[in-house]
Each structure stands twice: as C-alpha cells, then as structure tokens.
Design a protein around this ligand. Structure first.
Ligand code: ACM
Length: 510
C-alpha cells in the first residue's frame, strides 16, 4: 500500500481514495466531488442485459475478487453498487462516463469498448493492492465525482517483434493485458523478418517449420500455428485490442528465402540468419512465383485476421532497386485489398504509390531529412493515413540512457520525458492533423528475450505513448504527468511488472 502522508509520489495515502485526476491516460474531463464509494462484502456488479456489459462485469469481477476476497456477483437485478450499462449517447465507440458517489459507481458507454475502458479507469481509482492475487486488507474506496472520457485517436498501438526473438502465446497475452490497462487498442505483430518466420502458412509449410526454426543468437525460435494465432486474436479482442499482423517485404525476407530456394532470383536458398544486420535480403521482384507466394500468404493470413489491417512492411529494402520496389508495391497492395484488408506499410511505402486508403507508419527521427518528411506529409495530404512511431521518441527498444542493459541506441537514448513530450497532432510538418490516425510504440527484439525484458523497456514509456494517443493535447503537461506516472508504480509492482526507475519521476520509495 501507499506510504503514509501527503505524497509527492502521487500515491494516495492509505485509507483515502485515489483522486480522479491521477488516471493515466488523462481523461478528457474530470469533475471530482461528493462522497467516495466503498466496495464491501455486499457489493454487487450490476449489468444491463447486453453481452458487452456482462463481459465487462465478469472481467471486473475477475480483477476484484482475488484481492478483496468478496463474492461480487454479476447480476442484472437491483440498483447501486458497481453498475455497467450500454446505451449512453454521444460518447463514441470507445468513450465512457463514470460517476461515483456514496451509493455506487456507474459506468455508461455507447459501445462495449467504452465500458471496458471505463473499467480500466475504475481499476486505477482503486488502490494498487487491488491487482494482487491474494486477499488484501483494503479499504476499497472509489473517489466521488464524474469522468467523461473519449480518445483523441483511434489508433493507439504497440508493436512486438516476434521474429528476432520468438514470444509464446502466453507472453503475448501478458503484453495484451498491459496494453489494455492503458487503453491501447492495437497490437501490431511483426511476424516475419530475416531471422524468423513466425506464422504457419499451409500452402508454404517450410516458412514456419524451417524459416521459424531459429532466431537472433541461434536459439530454437518458434512459430504460431493457426490455432495459436486465433487464440491471440481472440484474447486480444476480449480486451478490445485489434491484432495488426505484419509480413515484412520485399526486404527483411531471409527466413522465407532460406525456406524456398525457388523464391530466390538465382534459385539458391541462403542459409538461415541469426545476426542483427538489416537490408541484405529481397524477394525476387521479376519472378512470377513471388506473387503466387505473396497471394497465398496474404490470403491465408487475412482469413485468420478479423481486424481491418494487414501490414506489408516495406522498410529498409536496401537490396531492392527503387524501380523494383515501386513495381513490387504496385502488385502487392491490390492483393491486400482483394482479401478485404487495408494496407499498412512503414513510411518508405510513400516512395512508391500508396494504395487508396493505405496507412503509412512513420518511424523517422527529428534528424530525418526534410525531403523524406515531406514525402510522407504529401502522401498524407493526398489521403494516406499516418501512424506516428518516431524512433527517437517511441521505439521502446532504444536504451533509456548509457547504462540501460538492454536495447539499441541507433536512434539515440530515449528517456521517459522524451518519449512523452511531443504532440502527434503537430509532429510531422505539412501533414494535415486529420491524416494522423494515432501513435504506436514498436518494440524490436534483437536484445529482448523474456517478458521481463519487454516490461523493463515498455515501463515506464508505454503509458506515456498511450496518453499521447488517448488524451487531448490540452492535458499535456510533463510536471503533472510525471506525478501521475509515479503513482502507477505500485500497481506495476502488484502485477509483477518490472520497470525502469527513470530519473525525474518521483517514484515511491521501496
Ligand atoms: C524499422 O525500424 N526498420 C521500421
């Protein structure tokens, strides 16, 4: 529990309710006031008859029961207690309203995702000990007042590179739960690269069985069966997180080229690769077989992906000529559309001709040349959507500082303030703000092997990226944010999430 006394650490003193103004990401509107509600042995979770409310209620109960020790039945009958209701007007697909007073806390929303996000807010209003899986003393107070909240952007993402090192279904689910806590709604899975192909494709089985058989450093790698992938998709959807699968091409394809000699222009399969160089591989652009391969892969992947998007990579194609790159993208983007998906590509796609409605993921730096930035901005003016992942701001694999034991530093050190202190709405000169779909924090895994590694790099930066995606620019304030961020630490500790105790954040003593 929180240390006693007025806390510079942002944690509420024991026995008092966490102020509504402490929530991360910052809500659109907070009006504190009135008496707190106390969850007790007789509290019920009251839902309307909708499936969304019932599911949100069961999810909430699953969080609260182990630590409170209360029964907390989920019921459609009666009044008061913890109420979850659909049918509110005007809050959008993901917004919610939370009102608290002495007789209960009510969350209303227009859609089930909004109820789910409202439950995440309620969770943060409860003491961090609520996250424990053994009975804790409480008291379980929720501050009185009213929060009305909806997101700034529809794309609030994280990316996990499961190619350089493979992560199991369980590890991916664990990360999904961490995304959900901060209202992130996209998990982009980087499923293929030079070092490993991670998704079973029935018509090209060696991609997974051979191309997936190793990883950086030479370990055994791994791949998702289609059943595994469906389970990730299902679990993510239960947390209102959409999976965005990426097959990177035409570069970053050594694992595929090693699996099938015929995919190579010279008909010779290269060896599997376990190093960390980039830019040395390319699919054979002139060969027709390449497009049979691409069609099969995209068809099979689209068929198991209910989400709207399919990411085709397109970055660092240094072994593909410009002409061939353009020709390749002209042929491949319509395949994505044919199977009902919207193209996403790294922003190099804007050097070709992005398909109508495509989304470009910008991963440049402050120091990226004006010409490259303008190419992306021009595409944005022409209708291409933009997701912002500036590498020197939100690449979670960049070291925090010189002493960070994990990660890379080619984009520089990215400390917690740097990752938070920018505005997606004005970041890319010349790009209309209406083209900005949101933000995404990639985590490349050349040096990342375990869930503990993921968490050390993601926390505390990921919640800041979530706030950039969710909260209005008017709430942006480092001095305020760092106090709210510090207050998250005890929750991470209760959840078993290890994090970097970044300087300039008033972390609680331990
Ligand atoms: C990238 O970092 N190569 C997208």
């Amino acid at each position: 529990m929180a240390a006693a006394g007025i806390s510079l650490t942002g944690a509420a003193p024991a026995g008092t309710a966490t102020p509504m103004s402490r929530v991360v990401p910052a809500p659109a509107s907070v009006q504190p006031g009135g008496s707190p509600y106390r969850i007790t042995d007789s509290t019920r979770i009251r839902v309307d008859g909708s499936r969304g409310a019932r599911e949100a209620g069961e999810y909430l109960a699953d969080i609260l029961r182990p630590s409170t020790g209360y029964r907390l039945p989920v019921t459609t009958r009666g009044d008061g207690g913890l109420q979850l209701r659909l049918g509110a007007k005007g809050l959008g697909a993901e917004g919610y309203r939370l009102t608290g007073g002495s007789s209960g806390v009510t969350i209303t929303a227009s859609g089930p995702a909004g109820l789910f996000h409202g439950v995440q807010t309620l969770r943060q209003l409860l003491p961090p000990a609520v996250e424990m899986d053994s009975v804790q003393p409480g008291p379980w107070l929720v501050a009185g007042g009213r929060i009305e909240d909806s997101p700034r952007y529809g794309w609030r993402g994280a990316m996990l590179d499961v190619s350089r090192h493979f992560f199991t279904v369980g590890q991916v689910k664990r990360y999904v739960d961490q995304l959900a806590l901060y209202k992130l709604n996209k998990l982009h899975l980087h499923l293929s690269d030079d070092q490993g192909w991670r998704i079973a494709i029935d018509s090209w089985p060696r991609l997974a069985t051979y191309g997936g058989s190793t990883q950086v450093g030479g370990g055994t790698g791994g791949f998702y069966t289609k059943a595994d992938y469906r389970e990730i998709v299902r679990y993510a959807a239960s947390r209102y997180v959409e999976i965005v699968p990426e097959i990177d091409m035409p570069g970053h394809t050594n694992a595929a080229l090693a699996s099938y000699a015929d995919l190579n222009c010279d008909g010779v399969a290269p060896p599997l690769y376990t190093g960390t160089d980039v830019g040395f591989s390319s699919l054979c652009v002139p060969k027709d077989l390449t497009y049979d391969f691409v069609d099969d892969v995209i068809r099979e992947l689209a068929a198991i992906t209910p989400g709207r998007y399919l990411h085709i990579g397109g970055d660092e194609a240094h072994s593909t000529s410009h002409e061939e790159y353009v020709a390749f993208m002209d042929r491949v983007q319509p395949v994505v559309a044919k199977y009902g998906k919207t193209v996403v590509g790294w922003h190099q796609l804007t050097a070709a001709t992005p398909a109508k409605g495509a989304v470009a993921q910008y991963w440049g730096l402050d120091s990226t040349g004006a010409e490259e930035k303008e190419r992306v901005a021009a595409a944005a003016r022409g209708g291409t959507g933009v997701v912002l992942s500036p590498a020197d701001r939100v690449y979670l694999d960049m070291k925090y500082d010189r002493d960070t034991p994990l990660g890379l530093d080619w984009a520089g050190y990215v400390d917690v303030r740097r990752s938070y202190d920018w505005d997606p709405g004005t970041y890319l000169p010349g790009a209309p703000s209406s083209a900005i779909r949101g933000v995404e924090a990639p985590l490349w895994s050349e040096t990342i092997v375990t869930s503990a590694d993921i968490e050390y790099m993601a926390f505390p930066r990921l919640p800041g990226v979530a706030e950039l995606g969710w909260s209005s620019a008017s709430t942006h304030d480092w001095e305020d944010y760092r106090v709210r961020l510090a207050a998250q630490a005890e929750r991470w500790e209760a959840l078993g999430i290890g994090y970097f105790r970044a300087p300039h954040v008033p972390w609680p003593a331990r």
